[in-house]
Write a protein that binds this ligand. Structure first.
Ligand code: UDP
Length: 396
């Protein structure tokens, strides 16, 4: 077994002959890709990952010993979740890519799609290669995340062609079923996150990271981690900052899928509202555990229901108090004992929550400790790997 880390050994579930072709459309490292990274590594040498774009995800998979290849998407690349109907060039490309994916699927027992685009391709490839297709659905299939047409097409295809639909939360499953998805296909498997990188951050390393940020020693530092997109709510935290003169905020992440204009608008908002010296835009970072440990609280501010929210579990693993918006899969991760839940898109409530944590360090620390214990128990990589293997057991 070439899988590395505690997940594989802990679970003992992922055999080297599992024979899965994992397919993901992205080359960049979003949450879905980071989850697949641990999964594909645990499944080991009998499986293989096929990406539909070049990028750092390939290198990350290779560094974990995962066999990877890339078949770039053509016009299909430009089809967005919100797109009403893809053009004919996208369909032609889908057929071309499906043929290639089908060839790669032949030595494997199952095709596993890690995104909606990957599922469209995998569904066609599965037909050509006569292989069952599993869709790991990591999105809330509903407007405004997706257009109505897109939701109907995805659910119809899933009902026709998916042997199973694994969802990353009960909220994701509920949206799929509310849109007409067959309940019999669904298995809920929460994401798991390895605590080791969080445990490895020494107090000295956290202090050095904080010093490098250049924030005053007495500042209360909150951090929001996530790609730049209006639904991730960076603008809400910026707004909250205008009410919190002693607070500094770290915005960690980048516009991964073409949201550069939104990123510029955030910088303009910070300047216009007079918080630019307390809003630190750090771009995409690979040292998330260090940055979390260098912060006083982790803020999740998504304005639409978050399907899961890895960053919430990560904040808990880092031993930091977490503030999150009460919607979607978030409430399956954190409750009023293990974090502070606030209404989405409510800067006033977010500011009050930050203020209450800053004003009561004892309460904040106790809450963070409860959160850390829950995350370590419930959201393990081993449980995630086991869950996915169980969901596919009859297909393998
Ligand atoms: N992340 C990262 N660097 C950054 C910002 C985010 O590595 O600069 C990671 C973060 O630690 C988390 C993932 O990206 O593991 C985001 O996952 P989440 O489920 O929170 O959101 P998604 O991107 O899937 O919507």
């Amino acid at each position: 077994m070439s899988g590395s880390g505690s997940a594989t050994s802990e679970s003992g579930a992922a055999s080297s002959e599992s024979g899965v072709l994992f397919v993901d459309h992205a080359g960049v490292l979003g949450g879905a890709e980071l989850s697949l990274l641990d999964l594909a590594a645990a499944f080991g040498a009998g499986s293989e990952t096929l990406l539909l774009a070049e990028g750092p995800f390939r290198t990350a998979l290779e560094s974990r010993g995962v066999k990877v290849s890339v078949e770039p998407l053509g016009a299909l690349k430009h089809v967005k979740k919100e797109t009403r109907l893809p053009g004919p060039a996208a369909f032609t490309d889908a057929v071309r890519i499906a043929r290639r994916v089908a060839r790669r699927a032949k030595p494997h027992k199952v095709i596993y799609a890690n995104s909606q685009k990957a599922f469209v391709v995998a569904a066609a490839a599965g037909l050509l290669a006569r292989r069952p297709v599993v869709w790991h659905l990591r999105d809330i299939l509903a407007p405004p995340h997706f257009s109505g047409t897109n939701v109907r097409a995805a659910v119809t295809l899933a009902n026709l062609r998916a042997a199973r639909v694994i969802t990353n939360s009960r909220a994701t499953a509920a949206a799929f079923m509310a849109a007409g998805g067959h309940a019999s296909l669904v298995r809920v498997v929460h994401n798991g996150i390895d605590p080791a990188p969080f445990d490895a951050v020494t107090p000295a390393a956290a202090a050095a990271t904080r010093a490098a940020l250049g924030v005053p020693a007495d500042a209360f530092v909150v951090a929001l981690f996530g790609r730049f997109h209006p639904w991730k709510g960076q603008q809400v935290l910026l707004d909250a900052l205008t009410r919190l003169p002693r607070v500094h905020a770290l915005f960690v992440g980048a516009p991964l899928f073409g949201e550069e204009a939104f990123a510029s608008a955030l910088q303009a908002q910070a300047a216009k509202t007079g918080v630019a010296d307390r809003a630190h835009f750090l771009g995409f970072r690979a040292d998330v555990p260090e940055l979390m440990r260098a912060s006083d609280a982790v803020v999740h501010a998504s304005v639409y229901p978050e399907p899961f929210g890895r960053v919430i579990v990560e904040g808990m693993l880092a031993g930091r108090p977490v503030i999150a918006t009460r919607a979607g899969g978030v409430t399956e991760i954190v409750d009023d004992e293990t974090g502070v839940l606030v209404p989405p898109n409510d800067a006033e409530a977010l500011a009050r929550a930050i203020e209450s944590l800053a004003g009561d360090p004892g309460h904040a620390a106790a809450m963070a400790a409860r959160g850390a214990a829950r995350a370590r128990k419930e959201f393990t990589v081993a449980a995630m790997v086991r869950g996915v293997e169980d969901a596919m057991r009859d297909l393998l």
